[in-house]
Design a protein around this ligand. Structure first.
Ligand code: RP5
Ligand code: MG
Ligand code: MG
Length: 280
């Protein structure tokens, strides 16, 4: 049974709202917890945002839970989620200490996509570098530093209504890690084309719930994470990573067991390490 950690402890992400304490054993909804009084919190930033749902109970708001609601995907990868008596969807993993939406725009699942772009670490001669202890080759991935929490992360983002996951993967990667301006049109087109090809063939690494610090009892993150491997540096060899949008830095980060990343991103990376037998 999955349990969440980063959306259960201390203060709600980038706020001064303290979560109601939920110990690990009290996470599942089927464990009785009569004293449970989650703090209600919806960030004021959601007000009037076209990408955010209206309040539950607003007469015009008739969400189709657990289904494709027009262009909005309200299905969960975890399975059908429960709607409580008051009409609020319940986090499929369990209690978080916060009720309402927090910073998340959608009630229920908020769908994201995470592009994990990897390559082998090579020295100046192009020889793949191995770790001295494990003798295994070292993988690198494109990491960005998030502006909201300052944590290093995969350059992922939300799937827009009606958008395909593959379009989100490429768009978010280019926005957050390749925002170099001042290129001429021809160069820009060439780059677009090469990225389009590169992001066509990925390997699905994870699909499901994310232990995101923004999760609440009624809204949570889910993602599809795909790995795109530039084996011989032929795609990214000449491309400079430039942070943009909600990222303040972008770089190739060496992968090992000290990785400390946003949400459950290190778990996704770990799966890629296993796939390639790389150093950890
Ligand atoms: C995480 O939040 C996902 O794994 C994805 O990386 C990210 C999407 O949210 P934003 O980057 O758009 O804030 O849960
Ligand atoms: Mg983004
Ligand atoms: Mg993002």
């Amino acid at each position: 049974r999955m349990i969440h950690h980063k959306c259960r402890l201390g203060f709600y992400s980038t706020s001064n709202v303290k979560r109601f304490e939920v110990t690990e054993d009290k996470v599942p909804w089927d464990v009785e917890y009569p004293e449970y009084k989650p703090v209600e919190y919806t960030s004021p930033v959601l007000k009037g945002k076209p990408w955010a749902d209206p309040e539950i109970g607003e007469p015009s708001f008739k969400p189709k839970w657990n289904s494709l609601d027009g262009k909005i995907n309200r299905r969960s990868f975890v399975g059908d989620y429960v709607i409580n008596e008051a009409g609020y969807p319940l986090n499929p993993i369990g209690r978080t200490g916060i009720a309402k939406r927090g910073l998340l725009g959608r009630w229920g699942p908020n769908h994201a996509a995470d592009p994990i772009v990897t390559r082998w670490k090579r020295d100046a001669q192009g020889v793949i570098e191995k770790n001295e202890d494990t003798k295994r080759p070292i993988l690198q991935f494109v990491a960005i530093k998030r502006r909201d929490t300052g944590a290093w992360a995969i350059p992922g983002g939300m799937v827009d209504p009606g958008e395909t996951v593959s379009a989100t993967l490429k768009r978010e990667f280019m926005e957050e890690a390749m925002s170099s301006l001042g290129q001429d049109k021809e160069e820009r087109n060439k780059l677009e084309k090469s990225m389009k090809e590169f992001f066509e063939k990925g390997d699905e690494i994870y699909k499901g719930y994310v232990d995101d610090p923004r999760n609440t009892d009624n809204a949570w993150m889910e993602t599809v994470a795909l790995n795109f491997h530039d084996d011989d540096h032929s795609v990214f060899g000449n491309i400079m990573l430039v942070a943009g949008d909600d990222a303040s830095k972008a770089k190739w980060m060496d992968i090992d067991n000290r990785l400390n990343l946003y949400a459950s991103h290190a778990e996704f990376i770990r799966k890629i390490v296993e796939k390639y037998g790389a150093h950890w």
